[in-house]
Design a protein around this ligand. Structure first.
Ligand code: PEP
Length: 220
């Protein structure tokens, strides 16, 4: 069971308060070093496909590895929605990061409109079609309509989507979208749910720890 906290563009909690927690943290770039120094399993929120070059505002896998960062998110829906990320660029980022020795959590998920139009499986199929299996690749199913909205997928919806994703690509699948201490247990108990990617609730030490404790109680 893997629990990852995505701090987005928030400063986030004191990394020292999370020391010893069995979880991944994805802080903003400015706090990566602090998290590494606190002994946390630290991932970036994005990574470029080139090792170096004239790519202002980007960060490469070798630069992250040099800092002690061990993985990265790729393809978060906010990257796709606001920064022009496509299935192709997400796949390029994932491949380069994995080749360089980083672990990767690649995010997929449908919008509300796509779900209502019955397109969820087509969207997931398209998003996954560019990704190749890898021992260090984890997927995160994050329905866009559930991110930061308080509208969580039901455990059954998560289970169905995860089972579908696993039928296409053999990898652990985290659920993401308004995971909180009070709904984590039911979501994580689903057989195809291998953990959670937590946004808002990872910004508070108590709620993030509570989710991690719930996860630790679920038999693997
Ligand atoms: C996320 O940022 O990946 C996320 C799932 O956010 P939240 O938990 O706030 O919905």
């Amino acid at each position: 069971m893997l629990i990852a906290g995505n701090w987005k563009m928030f400063r986030g909690p004191d990394p020292v308060a999370l020391a010893g927690l069995d979880a991944v943290v994805c802080p903003p770039f400015t706090r990566l070093r602090e998290c590494v120094e606190a002994g946390l399993t630290t991932y970036a929120q994005n990574v470029h496909w080139e090792a170096e070059g004239a790519y202002t505002g980007e960060i490469s896998a070798p630069l992250l590895l040099e800092l002690g960062v061990v993985g990265s998110l790729v393809g978060h829906s906010e990257r796709r929605q606001y920064f022009g990320e496509t299935d192709e660029t997400v796949a390029k980022r994932a491949r380069a990061a994995l080749d360089a020795g980083l672990r990767v959590i690649a995010c997929v998920g449908e919008t509300q409109e796509q779900r209502e139009a019955g397109e969820t499986e087509d969207v997931l199929r398209r998003q996954l079609s560019m990704l190749e299996p890898h021992s260090e690749l984890v997927l995160a199913y994050e329905p866009v309509w559930a991110i930061g909205t308080g509208h969580t997928a039901t455990p059954e919806m998560a289970q169905d989507a995860h089972a579908f994703i696993k039928s296409l690509l053999d990898a652990p699948v985290l659920y993401g979208g308004s995971v909180k201490p009070d709904n984590a247990g039911a979501l994580l108990a689903q057989p195809a749910v291998d953990g959670a990617l937590v946004g808002g609730a990872s910004l508070e030490v108590d709620s993030f720890k509570a989710i991690c404790e719930t996860a630790a109680r679920i038999p693997s």
